[in-house]
Design a protein around this ligand. Structure first.
Ligand code: TXA
Ligand code: MG
Length: 372
């Protein structure tokens, strides 16, 4: 689009793919691209200068390692000199390309830039399934270090428009590949430790990993989904504020009869600008006017785990926009989001929601979170 010279929300044509590949090969600037999980912000994983540009554009803390994306196992071996260890064989056969990141020991004399793996002896690698991601990596012949393409602390982007909202003026190009089909980030698994661990729940469920991974993965440990700011965790990214729109996020697991839980929350707080993201819509017509009128929007994220995962980040961003449009006093804006049970896709959803939430209603009790 010639009218927007600084940031071009281009579609993923062959010509634009080549342009993006050229920016990546020359280490000119990071490029945003679609994956099946969320949009990534990529740069050549072998170039420290290029990788630093990612941290700058996102304003990401520099001690948080990046996942390296490859287009094939052959490229992983040929360009980075990395073999897939035996323990991952079944998982990789089943879930690559796809939303699974594996942690590997960094080989001696590695060409992976240390900026991708600050302070780590390991590197996280993933082969994305999205055809645009695969094509971009293959055409540039450059494994890409790529975090999610949001500004640090914001919900991850699942459309090119989300990337533009955060990155306008910071990067030259977004390849538009439509909405992401998975909607939450990859599952990060660590098979370098015994028992192996899930460091971040994501697009592949823990149940699937146990079922498919082979004998060692039957006892997989699911890493803590949360850690205090000063706690050391094996996935450094987990300690930072995350997935936060501007409005406060309040999570409720189960709305109760007729949205009772939501109604009670509104009655005991002053939040004046409220968005509700729920699974099954409930009727508010019987509520008293002063409570009901504070709800600016009420929407369903879907009913299946897969739907909720796909719609979650977009739902948070859209609700935030809507509240922002009406409201100058941001401190009273609240997004109430319905949580789910922690099984299957639910684990990834609840991991994101717990991080975003400043208060959560679960098992009949409200808990205030201190860090938000
Ligand atoms: O689906 C995804 O994984 C997306 C798309 C773009 O591929 N990427 C993504 O990257 O979510 P990012 O940077 O937002 O999250 C990477 C997570 C962080 O929590 C980071 O700490 C962890 O993976 N990680 C990366 N390398 C690691 C390593 N060597 N050891 C432990 N954790 C690692
Ligand atoms: Mg991220």
């Amino acid at each position: 689009d010639a009218e927007q010279p600084t940031l071009n929300p281009t579609s993923a044509t062959a010509q634009n793919l080549e342009r993006a590949a050229e920016l990546l090969r020359k280490h000119t600037a990071p490029v945003a691209f679609p994956t099946e999980t969320v949009y990534g912000l990529g740069a050549a994983a072998t170039s420290t200068a290029a990788v630093r540009q990612i941290f700058a554009a996102k304003q990401r803390p520099s001690d948080n390692p990046l996942i390296v994306h490859v287009s094939s196992v052959a490229q992983l071996r040929r360009v980075l000199g990395i073999e897939v260890p035996q323990i991952y064989r079944r998982l990789v056969d089943k879930f690559w390309p796809g939303p699974l990141t594996i942690i590997l020991p960094l080989p001696r004399g590695t060409v992976v830039s240390p900026a991708c793996t600050p302070g780590q002896t390991t590197v996280g690698v993933r082969m994305p399934a999205h055809p645009v991601a695969r094509a971009l990596i293959a055409i540039s012949d450059t494994p890409l270090a790529a975090p999610s393409a949001n500004a640090s602390t914001k919900p991850s982007p699942t459309t090119a428009a989300h990337v533009l909202a955060d990155m306008a003026g910071r990067i030259p190009l977004v390849l538009d590949g439509g909405s992401c089909s998975v909607g939450v980030e990859s599952t990060v698994v660590d098979g370098t430790v015994r028992p192996p661990a899930v460091l971040r729940p994501g697009g592949v469920s823990v149940e699937m990993i146990r079922e498919v991974g082979g004998e060692e993965w039957k006892d997989v440990v699911v890493g803590k989904s949360e850690a205090g700011k000063h706690e050391s965790v094996r996935t450094p990214g987990m300690k930072y504020r995350h997935y936060s729109p501007r409005a406060r996020v309040i999570v409720f697991v189960g709305a109760g009869e007729g949205g009772r839980v939501v109604k009670e929350y509104l009655e005991r707080t002053e939040s004046s600008e409220v968005a509700v993201l729920t699974s099954k819509l409930f009727e508010t017509s019987g509520w008293d006017d002063s409570t009901r009128s504070r709800i600016k929007t009420i929407r369903s994220l879907g009913t299946t785990g897969a739907d909720i995962a796909r719609n979650l980040f977009a739902g948070l961003r859209d609700a935030d926009e809507e509240l922002q449009a009406e409201n100058s006093d941001n401190s009273k804006a609240v997004i109430l989001v319905e949580g789910v049970s922690d099984d299957d896709e639910g684990a990834a959803i609840m991991n994101r929601l717990r991080k975003a939430a400043s208060e959560i209603y679960e098992d009949g009790e409200w808990t205030v979170k201190e860090s938000s």
